[in-house]
Design a protein around this ligand. Structure first.
Ligand SMILES: *Cc1c(COP(=O)(O)O)cnc(C)c1O
Length: 383
């Protein structure tokens, strides 16, 4: 069978399962910015003039690309400055840049745990953690989402292993739940495990200074992974931790060694953003108050809303087809919010996933709630 025919038949199965994806036209995305409830730009920094200015200045001086891996020709003062800035922000000894959060997870999980070790991974961890576990030579054991009894049982069983690693999202991307990092740290101490936390959705959002899950709970995990592409408003990924950890990753993480360094202009933008984030308490408060208004509003209408005090709000629908119809109904009313279905979430847990950003006006929130009420009634989900 010719390759295109074979791929088309596989895609036909994807379509039949209702799981086909396609890109929205850029024009439509740009026009929908005001009505789109799916952005990860939580603090609305991606278009902040201060970040753009910082990037422009670095762009002129260092060019559009970084020309090579950090270990060859790609290292600039902006990369090193940003690493110092991240370490300061996360209050660790050191930090290391990766091209993305995805590659930071792959780099850590494929290099740190060895054969004979075990990785205990939360059931709802991000795809990049799952892929990192697959590449690792260690075995992976999945524990039930944020279930500390299950984690403890699995830690106990794993005591014969050379080492145990617990890996978790700080804020879970589809459920908006916060990992109980304080309890995880206690269990890790009791059962001599190392803790790796992926703070992609927590950086800039959780904690008084926005330092993330560690600050929120007042604990210091062994390895902190993050992205510069969500609340930080730029792009790139990082790992923060001890000097020994960073030196180890620089020598052993293949996604660091064999990848071209992020462009210096992105580093400059991220540096500026981290300074802004520390002092953005008012913005975080505003964001949190918008989240509370939306959640209360949806519950008053009669919806079941999951998650905790994070800008990720899953509105539970249940049936996948209904979730898609719901998203289409919202779209007709000028509201863009994605339907999330299996396999991204469990069977029967299809949902509309909203994310909130700090630039939301009260009138946007009112329009959102009105849209949910109307579509909910049309589909007989609320009275
Ligand atoms: C978005 C995300 C990533 C990937 O980060 P990128 O910088 O976009 O590659 C990793 N982990 C989690 C939990 C995420 O939500």
């Amino acid at each position: 069978m010719p390759i295109d025919e074979w791929l088309s038949s596989r895609l036909a199965r994807t379509k039949a399962a209702g799981l086909y994806r396609s890109l929205k036209p850029p024009q439509a995305v740009a026009e929908a910015k005001r009505t789109n409830w799916a952005s990860n730009d939580y603090l609305s920094l991606a278009n902040d003039k201060r970040l753009i200015h910082a990037a422009e200045t670095a762009l002129r001086r260092f060019g559009a690309g970084s020309t090579g891996s950090r270990l060859t020709s790609g290292n600039t003062e902006w990369h090193e400055k940003l690493e110092r800035k991240i370490a300061g922000f996360k209050q660790t000894e050191a930090a290391l840049l990766f091209s993305s959060g995805y590659l930071a997870n792959i780099g850590v999980l494929s290099s740190l745990p060895e054969k004979g070790d075990v990785i205990l991974s939360d059931q709802l961890n991000h795809a990049s953690i799952i892929d990192g576990c697959r590449i690792s030579k260690a075995d992976t054991v999945v524990y039930r989402h944020t279930d500390m009894n299950d984690l403890e049982e699995k830690l106990r069983t794993a005591q014969s292993r050379a080492r145990c690693f617990i890996v978790t999202d700080g804020v879970f991307s589809m459920d908006g739940t916060i990992a109980p990092l304080d309890e995880i740290m206690l269990l890790a101490k009791r059962y001599r495990a190392f803790v790796i936390v992926d703070d992609a959705h927590a950086t800039g959002v959780l904690g008084d200074a926005g330092r993330g899950t560690g600050e929120y709970f007042g604990v210091s995990p062994d390895v902190v992974i993050g992205t510069l592409s969500k609340a930080v408003g730029a792009e790139g990924g990082f790992v923060a931790g001890s000097k020994a950890l960073i030196d180890f990753l620089l020598n052993h993480a293949r996604t660091f060694i064999f990848q071209t360094a992020v462009p210096p202009a992105s580093c400059a933008a991220a540096c500026r953003a981290l300074d802004i984030i520390k002092d953005s308490r008012d913005k975080r408060r505003l964001l949190q108050s918008s989240v509370t208004t939306i959640k209360r509003g949806l519950e008053d209408i009669g919806f079941t809303v999951k998650g905790e005090d994070t800008p990720i709000i899953p509105v539970m629908i249940g049936d996948p087809q209904k979730a898609v119809r719901f998203a289409n109904g919202l779209k007709e009313k000028g509201i863009e919010a994605p339907a999330i279905r299996p396999p991204t979430v469990a069977e029967g847990e299809s949902r509309i996933r909203l994310t909130v950003t700090a630039d939301r006006k009260l009138r946007d929130i009112e329009a959102l709630l009105e849209g949910f009420k109307l579509v909910g009634r049309e589909l007989n989900l609320v009275k």
